[in-house]
Design a protein around this ligand. Structure first.
Ligand code: TMP
Length: 204
């Protein structure tokens, strides 16, 4: 079987981590060679960068520094894990990828979209997801599900998070063959069923 790269995207509290893990467990049970990763993170270096990025004390971080740190974490996970795994014909499931930078730092913070795309091509070595599941739900609902102790990004205004959501919807509109929108249902199992149907139709 060909390697497959599946990413999960969405704004805060959309249930992405739960849903991506459920898919991972499901595919693993089927005996598929699958690995699960999160961004920023997954390698020692990228997890260190994650701490810097999410530390609420780093409130003076510039938009440029923020975007480049997300990209630096990504450069490491690509070289160290994703590229070798895909070469090894594994299924790679990643909780967030380049679309997060386009949505958060691009549409959310206002960094130029084409610049993010160019740097993205450089750090990802043009590796693109085969399928991206975009979990969509109203911003207020998502933020409500989040824990009280907020990290540096979660703390941003409702307007910021609304721009992120709209940004994601725009990305999905631009690339409908890759990015599939899944409306988050009240029941986790209903959302998961929709995700499995998409994965079976487009990927495995
Ligand atoms: P998580 O909460 O899904 O683990 O993601 C960590 C935070 O980092 C979340 O608030 C989204 C944010 N983020 C970006 O702003 N840009 C990115 O490129 C990535 C991968 C995450």
């Amino acid at each position: 079987m060909r390697s497959k790269f599946i990413t999960f995207e969405g704004s805060e509290g959309c249930g992405k981590s739960t849903q991506s893990r459920l898919l991972y467990e499901y595919l693993k049970k089927q005996g598929r060679r699958v690995i699960y990763l999160r961004e920023p993170g997954a390698t020692k270096i990228s997890e260190k960068i994650r701490k810097i990025l999410l530390d609420a004390k780093n409130d003076s971080m510039s938009a440029e520094c923020e975007m480049l740190l997300y990209m630096a974490a990504r450069a490491q996970i690509i070289k160290e894990i994703i590229e070798p795994a895909l070469k090894n014909r594994k299924i790679v499931i990643c909780d967030r990828f380049l679309d997060s930078t386009l949505a958060y730092q691009g549409y959310g913070l206002g960094t130029e979209i084409n610049l993010i795309k160019d740097i993205g091509n450089f750090v990802t070595r043009r590796i693109k997801p085969d399928l991206t599941i975009l979990l969509d739900l109203p911003v207020k609902k998502g933020l409500h599900y989040r824990r009280l102790a907020k990290d540096r990004i979660e703390k941003r205004s409702l307007e910021f998070h609304a721009r992120v959501r709209q940004g994601y919807l725009k990305l999905a509109q631009d690339e409908p063959a890759r990015i599939k929108i899944v409306k988050v249902a009240r029941e986790k199992s209903v959302t998961q069923k929709k995700i499995r149907e998409l994965v079976e139709r487009y990927v495995v």
